[in-house]
Design a protein around this ligand. Sequence first.
Ligand SMILES: C[S@@+](CC[C@H](N)C(=O)[O-])C[C@H]1O[C@@H](n2cnc3c(N)ncnc32)[C@H](O)[C@@H]1O
Length: 266
Amino acid sequence: MLVSQNSIRQFFLKSIISVLIGKDKLRFYSTIDWQKESDRFLKEDPVYPDYYSGKNFHGITGGYLNPIAAITYDVVTAFASPPNETWIRHQLINGIEPKPKKILDLGCGTGSATLMLKQAFGQAVVIGLDLSPYMLIVAEKKAQQAGLNIHWQQGLAEATGFEDAAFDLVTVSMLLHETPPDISQLIVLESFRLLKPGGQLIILDGNQFRLRYAQWLIEFFKEPYSKAYAAHSLEDWLKAAAFEKARTKYVGWIHQLTWGIKPIIK
Ligand SMILES: C[S@@+](CC[C@H](N)C(=O)[O-])C[C@H]1O[C@@H](n2cnc3c(N)ncnc32)[C@H](O)[C@@H]1O
């Protein structure tokens, strides 16, 4: 029998990921009716852009439009965020001032950052928006388990439909390496539109400088747009969108934080 190296690799990866998720969670996920639950998030027949529905992110067929992506996301992300995912995510939250009253987390995924934002700013209205209803199902379960009241919404980060100047903080974690550069720039522009004057955009994502020299990492995690992402500069995109005080700090081994403020026009 001919067994390809790829299928051996996939068998080992699947076994390791199953062990890391744990029996209890796997049993719990198997009780979810993914189709029925996802319908709760879909207002009308959603149209998914090709750059999203046409790619197998992380080697998963159908990418984020497959419940497997939602089930495996947290364990894979913990592994892909050295030296420590929680510490890295805390760097996004540390130093947010003044206390935001309305927060939007774009491309919130399974809500790891969204939950931390609500824990840090309990009085704030927090909205997590993602295109994948399956990621939102897991995010919602995590928030329920933590007793946190967060609004979860399905939609496009580059065309959210929220009104102008509705938020004083917009966060974007680990999204922009997974969208083509032209879409990422639209997401930065949309964030600008959504922020009140003086409001802040904070982006946590891969370290663009390091990733330029770590092609193997991009290939290992099977990221379709990371090479293009690494060739650009988030800071330049923020400046081009008219954000003030755009700056970047490298965090952990392979991440960066980029901030910008929407100017107050006097
Ligand atoms: C790598 S995950 C990041 C999830 C989360 N923010 C985190 O920090 O772990 C990227 C998420 O962005 C979502 N996504 C990708 N393109 C999107 C878009 N155009 N609009 C909204 N969500 C999008 C995916 O469905 C996925 O859940």
